[in-house]
Design a protein around this ligand. Structure first.
Ligand code: SF4
Length: 252
């Protein structure tokens, strides 16, 4: 499958208008209304869109089946580590039927450099078997079908739906959840509840791109332990920003 924007956005102009809103900056004392939060979320989305643009899928794949396998393997691993093991894995098991018939120890050997490789090997074989038995070897697009597959939670399902089927979805991983809380867009810890809060304040056209760009921003700027508020372009829109304070992470 040729590389393309994983979480493309088509609402940049609308968001840039939101970005210019005088009400976009959060106030420390007054509780934000849902409408004000939605305006600020639009401004944040526009900033992130300007900063990172269209985001390519970092996981190497040629079709939706390979994308699904790569995303399952990426749990608690770097994309680079996954991309190192998938060429041999996909050569050996190019279809769901081939993977469903695989010997577990052979899958384990091929993905042994990844964390949780034994559990992941079991999930891959089971998932492939489900694709063969229940979906005629095709990857389904419905959320309830995807989340029935072994190794697939809502985050993985949203990535697959967004990239492979162009269906809006908010992929809440550890970075997206942490930044959503720091940015004051949610108070929830549960990823499903974070997803719901973000869905209330952003239009569907923004869901996929916003969540993926938040993930990138979390990796590059707003790290878990030492957020770089002083060089963060979201600082004036972020209630957790410590830019200009002596204690960098004191409020986070
Ligand atoms: S201002 Fe600081 S806490 Fe807020 S998003 Fe940027 S790096 Fe994270």
């Amino acid at each position: 499958m040729p590389a393309r924007a994983l979480f493309a956005s088509g609402a940049g102009a609308e968001l840039r208008r939101a970005d210019s809103s005088k009400n976009a900056k959060p106030t420390a004392r007054k509780r934000e209304t849902l409408e004000e939060k939605s305006v600020r979320a639009g401004a944040l989305a526009a900033r992130l869109n300007d900063l990172y643009g269209d985001v390519e899928c970092p996981l190497t794949h040629r079709n939706i089946f390979e994308l699904l396998i790569a995303v399952i393997l990426s749990a608690q691993c770097t994309d680079a580590a996954v991309n190192k093991v998938t060429p041999a894995l996909f050569d050996r098991y190019p279809t769901p039927a081939a993977l469903a018939d695989a010997v577990i120890s052979e899958i384990e050997f091929l993905i042994r450099t990844l964390g949780l490789f034994r559990a992941k090997a079991k999930s891959l074989k089971r998932c492939a078997g489900q694709l063969v038995d229940e979906f005629a070897g095709a990857v389904p697009s419905m959320m309830e079908d995807l989340t029935r597959l072994a190794g697939v939670g809502r985050k993985t399902a949203n990535v697959i739906r967004g990239h492979a089927f162009n269906i809006p979805g908010i992929a809440v991983d550890t970075h997206c959840g942490r930044l959503s809380r720091r940015l004051g867009l949610t108070r929830q810890q549960d990823p499903v509840k974070v997803e719901k809060d973000l869905a209330r304040i952003l239009p569907p056209a923004q869901w996929t791109g916003f969540s993926h760009r938040l993930i990138i921003h979390g990796r590059r700027v707003c790290a878990a332990r030492r957020p770089a508020c002083a060089r963060c372009t979201l600082s004036d829109l972020c209630p957790s920003s410590s830019a200009g304070q002596s204690s960098p992470a004191g409020r986070l």
